[in-house]
Design a protein around this ligand. Structure first.
Ligand code: PRP
Ligand code: GLN
Ligand code: MG
Length: 503
């Protein structure tokens, strides 16, 4: 799940973009980049690493201009190579830079299309393909610096061709900033504004509202599904729905895990939705597991903390932070390889034995995906002297791959794949395992915004809302992106850094 940010201002944007990327870091830890537009030229810095490592003072000085976009990357396509860090750039037409959160499910067909129309794509990134499709559409409709209508026509053309989940920010030399969201609004994108010292309006677009907060912008609204907005260099905003049959069906996993709790997306506070997940999970325990003898409730930091506090309140049990999190280690789930993920759990979380010794503990996590965390953490609780270890997950069983921007490409890597709840419980060595139902999870999010009728929930149901997600596609994903494939020497050689950074 990458993070994207863009600002159109009357003063330099480099520092605000940097600040915004630091609060979107939880969405991508592999690479970061900023492109600004300075008097008709792009300025760029991008590299592998965390935001604080990628941008040094000399880079910040280089990033001049009052308009720019930024990206933090968590790869879901292609490789982790520095050449696939974003934003991407093409020089024709006009000069376009683009940053993308999401995943294109018809990238193979789009690559063939690019070849046909003689647009060269140099990496294995789906985002570079998206940029070239956008550039191609723009070249068809705009013979000179594009007007807002021409930009919207190009985005409509893109929406006709591409499939998957996407929230996109793009800079066009001489024109301004374009932002668009996929027709289901699977990936999040919000718009904010602020008034500068001279009373002039400025705009910011970002994956999450927390980025607006830190840069001093006020959340205006979500970009609608299928909507494109165009902000010219003078800060005039234009918008249009550019997709047929657009309908909001946002990814529910944003609320479960990805987004920061202090963000508001699709009219729902992520924090409040997690508290409600805690309420519903606790009510299920009261109802269906009345005999469960719980001494203490312990979260698995960090995302599940808000859920566990609420469960403790509803169940009337003490809440204890029984695991100490090493704050210098990032999120485990979004690390690129299973070896690294597995190792990082023990490096990241360490138990306080006094909270476990002789107690029956209920461990709470937001989700169980590969089981990397739960398998080790239950053992750690036992080793610390727990008498019984129960485990509760605020999300239901994850049995199906994600194809819209979360790197779960293959079902067989998921712990719930082909296993019953009892088998999963045994595999993680827990004494009891409780999963939230999908209805309760959906209700927990929906409660704050009844207009939110449906969600993108394919990881729980196996039902995909875009066409072409079939066995052949999953076989392809398995070959390309499974942990086994990525551990293969030939894969790594084929995907090494090309050292062509396209600017
Ligand atoms: O079953 P798994 O494959 O282990 O994935 C699920 C775990 O990964 C995530 O934590 P992560 O460490 O990424 O981030 P957090 O600190 O925000 O909880 C999530 O919160 C679960 O704890
Ligand atoms: N997580 C994402 O949004 C990834 C964006 C894009 N598919 C990439 O791999 O770079
Ligand atoms: Mg976690």
């Amino acid at each position: 799940m990458c993070g994207v940010v863009g600002i159109v201002s009357h003063s330099p944007v480099n520092l605000s973009l940097y600040d915004a990327l630091t609060v979107l870091q939880h969405r991508g830890q592999d690479a970061a980049g900023i492109v600004t537009l300075d008097e008709g030229n792009f300025r760029q810095r991008k590299a592998n690493g965390l935001v604080s490592d990628v941008f040094q003072q000399k880079h910040m000085r280089r990033l001049r201009g009052n308009i720019g976009i930024g990206h933090v990357r968590y790869p879901t396509a292609g490789s982790s190579s520095a050449a696939e860090a974003q934003p991407f750039y093409v020089n024709s037409p006009f000069g376009i830079a683009l940053a993308h959160n999401g995943n294109l499910t018809n990238a193979r067909a789009l690559k063939v299309k690019c070849d046909e129309v003689h647009r060269h794509v140099n990496t294995t990134s789906d985002s570079e393909i998206l940029l070239n499709i956008f550039a191609w559409q723009l070249s068809k409709v705009a013979k000179d610096i594009p007007t807002p209508d021409e930009v919207f026509e190009a985005v409509s053309g893109v929406n006709e061709l591409i499939s998957g989940g996407y929230a996109v920010l793009s800079l066009i030399i001489g024109a301004g900033l374009v932002a668009f969201r996929d027709p289901f609004g699977i990936r999040p994108l919000v718009l904010g504004s602020r008034v500068d010292e001279d009373g002039k309006i400025e705009y910011m677009v970002a994956s999450e509202s927390v980025a607006l907060d830190v840069a001093g912008f006020k959340l205006e609204r979500d970009i609608a599904p299928g909507e494109a907005i165009f902000i010219d260099e003078a800060c005039n905003l234009h918008s249009k729905i550019c997709a047929k049959n657009a309908k909001l069906q946002p990814c529910i996993f944003e609320y479960v895990y990805f987004a920061r709790p202090d963000s508001v997306m699709n009219g729902v506070s992520v924090y409040a939705s997690r508290v409600r997940m805690g309420t519903k999970l606790a009510e299920q325990i009261k109802r269906d597991y009345a005999d469960l003898d719980i001494d203490v409730i312990i979260p698995i930091p960090e995302t599940s903390c808000d859920i566990a506090v609420q469960m403790a309140r509803i169940l009337g049990k003490p809440y204890r932070q029984g695991f100490v999190k090493n704050r210098y280690i990032g999120r485990t789930f979004i690390m690129p390889g299973q070896k690294q993920r597995k190792k990082s759990v023990r490096n990241k979380l360490n138990p306080i034995p006094a909270e476990f010794a002789g107690k029956k503990v209920l461990l709470v996590d937001d989700s169980i995906v590969r089981g990397t965390t739960s398998e080790q953490i239950v053992d750690m609780a036992h080793e610390a002297g727990a008498k019984a270890v129960y485990f509760a997950s605020a999300a239901p069983e994850i049995r199906y791959p994600n194809v819209y921007g979360i790197d779960m490409p293959t079902a067989k890597e998921l712990i719930a794949y082909g296993r019953t709840k009892e088998e999963i419980c045994k595999k993680i060595h827990a004494d009891e395992l409780i999963y939230q139902s999908l209805k309760d999870l959906e209700d927990a999010v929906r409660e704050e915004n009844p207009e939110l009728k449906e969600f993108e929930t394919s990881v729980f149901t196996g039902k995909y809302i875009t066409p072409g997600i079939d066995k052949e596609y999953f076989d392809y994903l398995d070959k390309q992106r499974s942990d086994d494939a990525k551990a293969d020497k030939a894969w790594n050689e084929a995907n090494e850094d090309l050292e062509i950074y396209n600017i």
